[in-house]
Design a protein around this ligand. Sequence first.
Ligand code: ZN
Length: 119
Amino acid sequence: MPSDTDPILLTTAPNSSAAAQIIYGLELRGIGARVVENRKKSHDPLAIVLIDGDEEQARSAINVIWDAMLDLVPRATDAEGNCYFCGYNIHGLEPPVTCPECGHNVDSIESRRAASEGR
Ligand SMILES: [Zn+2]
């Protein structure tokens, strides 16, 4: 029996609209990807897997795409600009900031996504 290699997971998405934006952004960069059900334990129901293109290129493209999609959340902070996760005052710290109190990198895509999605 031929063993399928696991598809390369690029990112996960919370809904089909976000997934479509990611696929479109990848297409613009000449990278083929598709949306599949996310089988890993995660809050996101969808996963984007690479079908055609260089993995490293695809990963850097994914970062650029998420960064653009999260332009309203440049950093994971609360309304006062404190750490979104613990409320620690991180004013004036240059990115990338790992919160000294809770250890979250508030400039990472994951943290910014959590803040934008209210997780
Ligand atoms: Zn914190």
